[in-house]
Design a protein around this ligand. Structure first.
Ligand SMILES: Cc1cc2nc3c(=O)[nH]c(=O)nc-3n(C[C@H](O)[C@H](O)[C@H](O)COP(=O)(O)O)c2cc1C
Length: 406
């Protein structure tokens, strides 16, 4: 595992101890006030001991008025600072980096848990059978756009002060930043919409604001879609252009993914036969990205065979191997890979038979979240957990949150 165990220097001089990263997984483990819980912190204690070079947290919300899931952590002030410090301290003396992922869901905010849904434009989400879960968003005003940019910077600064070692901007998967990039969801006629340069203004402004607040020594990464995989949406060519723009801004690490709630490509929901053969869903794209940027690239989605990961790094196609689901059931997976104990990983795909839920891969996602909860409780994974149990869990959390909202 010569290549996977080698160090990586990021543009600002930060060094990752190896090439394995836990990609973001929404843990859904905050308390009712959206503060981190001890279960969440203990899950990170176990991951920190598990050998990865980089742990990216599940998406942390920058605005309490817009949350993706009922128990997302929200950081917009210092009310939970001691807990954030305890969370950041989980990687102390391990040499592992811990970067919170910063997010705003935009129109992908479940209706029952949010009073007001905002997006670049008033374009409703279209999920067969699932439209009732999301409300019609209203278009952000310009002052609101500037306020959200400030909020991203503010959250990053608080997390830096708490001791986290970097941050990642979530610009993928159809959430707010990704909505600004897509011509389907961004139909604005002002400086934030229209040409790609205009649609990319929001992500650049968010990056610059964070950089201004955290300084040059603090690593900032981004997760971006290779494409939305929708007719008329954000294309591969546009994504490559955005990578050029962000590279010129000296961003430290670009993670490649793809898809939205309407097309869950990030979870392998629509992979082609050729992609199955090559394992990693977005490998063809990253090879193109490699040609146009020197910025370190991380690829996430589908990696399961250690020799495929090692070869991808050896051939210089990418710099960091990102995985999500394997870490939810095997907290020591990075160490087991690096010591040669594990050569291949199997991760179940959980389905319900309910088309809309399976298309969004939502129950699959909750099943893995519940496995993360078990990690935080010091338990072993429960491979026998049913899809129904996962469905009942998210329904209960949403109901309780909706009750508190009103
Ligand atoms: C339980 C769960 C929660 C997720 N939450 C996030 C998230 O908060 N932010 C994000 O960028 N991706 C999230 N993802 C997507 C993963 O980061 C990753 O892109 C996807 O699972 C594909 O990687 P894998 O095949 O290694 O699982 C989540 C995935 C799972 C399974």
């Amino acid at each position: 595992m010569e290549h996977l165990s080698s160090t990586l220097s990021l543009p600002n001089g930060t060094v990752l101890k190896n090439r394995l990263a836990k990609s973001a997984m929404s843990e859904n483990l905050s308390d009712a006030t959206h503060a981190p819980t001890q279960t969440l912190i203990r899950a990170y204690e176990r991951w920190a001991a598990g050998g990865a070079g980089l742990l990216i947290t599940g998406n942390v919300m920058i605005d309490a008025k817009a949350i993706g899931e009922p128990q997302n952590v929200v950081v917009e002030n210092k009310k939970d600072f001691a807990l954030l410090q305890a969370w950041a301290a989980t990687v102390k003396d391990t040499g592992t980096h811990l970067w919170p992922q910063l997010n705003h869901p935009g129109r992908q905010a479940i209706g029952v848990i949010n009073k007001d849904t905002v997006a670049p434009s008033a374009v409703a989400l279209k999920i067969t059978g699932g439209n009732s879960l999301f409300q019609m968003p209203r278009a952000l005003t310009e002052p609101e756009i500037y306020d959200l940019i400030e909020k991203f910077g503010n959250t990053a600064a608080i997390l830096q002060a708490a001791g986290f070692t970097g941050v990642q901007i979530h610009a993928a998967h159809g959430y707010l930043i990704s909505q600004f990039l897509s011509p389907i969801t961004n139909q604005r006629k002002d400086q934030w919409g229209g040409s790609l340069a205009n649609r990319a203004k929001f992500v650049v402004a968010v990056y610059r604001k964070i950089r201004e607040r955290v300084g040059n020594d603090f690593p900032i990464g981004i997760k971006i879609n290779s494409a939305d995989f929708q007719r008329g949406g954000f294309t591969e060519e546009e994504s490559l252009e955005v990578i050029k723009i962000l590279s010129a801004e000296a961003i430290d690490l670009i993670e490649i993914s793809g898809g939205t709630y309407e097309r869950a490509a990030m979870m392998g929901a629509s992979k082609k036969k050729s992609t199955v053969a090559r394992e990693a869903y977005f490998i063809d794209y990253i090879e193109k990205a490699r040609q146009i940027t020197q910025t370190p690239l991380m690829l996430t989605g589908g990696f399961r065979t250690v020799s495929v990961m090692e070869n991808a790094i050896a051939m210089g196609k990418l710099d960091v191997v990102g995985m999500a689901r394997p870490y939810a059931i095997y907290p020591n997976i990075a160490r087991d890979i690096l010591t040669g104990k594990v050569k291949e990983i199997t991760t179940p795909v959980i389905t319900t038979g309910i088309k809309m839920l399976d298309k969004m891969r939502s129950v699959d996602l909750i099943w893995y979240e519940l496995q993360i909860k078990r990690i935080g409780e010091g338990k072993m994974p429960d491979f026998k957990m049913s899809a129904l149990r996962a469905l009942a869990h998210i329904s209960w959390l949403s109901f309780r949150k909706a009750f508190r909202k009103n």
